[in-house]
Design a protein around this ligand. Sequence first.
Ligand SMILES: C[S@@+](CC[C@H](N)C(=O)[O-])C[C@H]1O[C@@H](n2cnc3c(N)ncnc32)[C@H](O)[C@@H]1O
Length: 321
Amino acid sequence: MPDFDTRVPHIARIYDYWLGGKDNFAADREAAEAAATASPGIKPGVRANRRFLGRAVRYITEAGVRQFLDIGTGIPTADNTHQVAQSIAPDTRIVYVDNDPIVLTHARALLTSGPEGVTDYVDADVRDTGAILAEAARTLDFSKPVGVMLIAILHCIPDEDDPYRLIRSLVDSVPRDSFLAITHPARKQENVAGRGEDVLNKSFDQKVTLRTRDQVSRFFDGLDLVEPGVVPVTEWRPDSVLDLNSPWLPIVGGVARKPLCPGCGNLPARTLASGNRWVRTSALPQQPAAAYWYIPRTVSRPAEMSVVSHTMSETACEPVS
Ligand SMILES: C[S@@+](CC[C@H](N)C(=O)[O-])C[C@H]1O[C@@H](n2cnc3c(N)ncnc32)[C@H](O)[C@@H]1O
């Protein structure tokens, strides 16, 4: 039997309850109902979050990625990461990571791969990125692009544990053209807790920290955000009436690609809005041959580049030595 106390509400089981699942106990249901009463957007928010997960995995798989590291897996429900990815590319390999024993027990039983792909499970705390990466390397090839998913987990990491640094170490460990997908329960204002957040923090020992859209955007610093950027999850490439007709819900998310410079191997010094590309300076007038500019998608002709390049000095890579 896994080692957990059913009298203490837990985020994985509260979330399962909000999604309509059955793997939860009285204490979880009580805390879940109290938070949902204080913040009625929570239940539709977590359902919209699951739909975002499906769309993000589909987007990343269609971009050619065949490996996923899904941290903060949650209790299995419909359309889990491997099901969505393997429905498009059956050979996709997925490593699930969670630190809740009940999640891992269910995951081992239910998150089973199709015959051409692989799924594996790592029992680890997201803060222990070294252990996660070492164990995931049994299944994933970190020389090839990886889709790193942190869907509705970073609110479990308080500021004092520096969630930005842990994201950076994950991003640093994956190669160019990898993707990072994050969703995060949102606050409207920095340092002002919402009522649902207060209720959750009073009812269980694990602290939750909601963040504003700007604070969530910072997780993507240096990466190339896929359009439409960091937005309420219902607005991220919606494909169902449930999202298209949704009111504002308190959860935001985004997907970004790691755009390492082909010349120097560094990230661009500054991230442009989205959809950018690297262009060798030899293609541009009056520029040294060995550097790359990181230019907006909208700039397509060399003549236009020569006009804008002077305003883009922050986005040039260091010349290759
Ligand atoms: C709200 S659920 C999200 C589940 C799933 N990603 C989704 O969006 O449907 C958060 C999950 O993160 C896990 N979790 C919370 N804190 C964690 C930590 N420090 N390390 C690893 N997993 C954690 C919980 O056990 C839970 O399964």
